[in-house]
Design a protein around this ligand. Structure first.
Ligand SMILES: [Fe+2]
Length: 205
């Protein structure tokens, strides 16, 4: 039986050196994220390899295998994509967003302060992630909540900020004080990177 999809193994991206010198987020914490990230990359490859071997013409048991593998695949791919955004847009000086993202935030949230307050509340509320994403159908930014790597993204929206609020993101540095970790996250954002994504996607205020 021929493959129903193209499958190529992917490899974990290397971390940029700035990630080991963040202000208020330790090297040990970044290493904890990275270990998990590598695990998701391996898992994604493994699941696709297993899916390639499932004989889809055989009913019953096979359907539940397909279901389990495909659900797990969304978790692994979510863990990859979320962490790649996270790693890529940290290592900057934080502060207020300037340029395109600054204009979009002001337009869609009313002010930078309102965006920050809502993102922090979303990050405190969620079990896994908070994202500032651009919804192409509505033509605006919104802060979405995620309880896991694969919940709750929506179709046709592009994440521009990915705030990891899983316990491994803050427990080593802040114990239970998640709010202080979120402040540290914001202080290390690289707005130049975020603006290059906004520009590259063609999102305009
Ligand atoms: Fe993480």
């Amino acid at each position: 039986m021929s493959l129903a999809f193209k499958f190529e193994e992917i490899t974990a991206r290397e971390l940029k050196p700035e990630l080991y010198e963040l202000d208020g987020i330790s090297r040990a914490t970044i290493e904890a994220h990275y270990k998990l990230y590598e695990g998701y990359v391996n898992k994604r490859n493994e699941i696709l390899a297993r899916l390639a071997e499932v004989d889809r013409t055989k009913a019953n048991q096979v359907y539940s295998d397909v279901r389990a593998l495909k659900v797990d695949l969304t978790f692994a791919i979510g863990g990859i994509k979320n962490h790649e955004i996270y790693f890529e847009h940290l290592g900057g000086g934080g502060g207020d967003p300037k340029g395109l993202m600054g204009d979009l935030i002001e337009r869609d949230f009313g002010s930078v302060q309102a965006w920050r307050t809502d993102l922090k509340a979303t990050g405190m509320a969620g079990r896994g992630w908070a994202w500032t994403a651009y919804d192409w159908d509505e033509g605006r930014l919104f802060n979405y909540v995620g309880d896991a790597q694969n919940t709750y993204p929506i179709w046709n929206a592009t994440p521009l900020i990915a705030l990891d609020v899983y316990e491994h993101a803050y427990f080593l540095d802040y114990q239970t004080d998640r709010a202080s970790y979120i402040d540290a996250f914001l202080n290390n954002l690289d707005w130049g990177v975020v603006n290059s994504w906004v520009d590259g996607y063609g999102i305009r205020p």
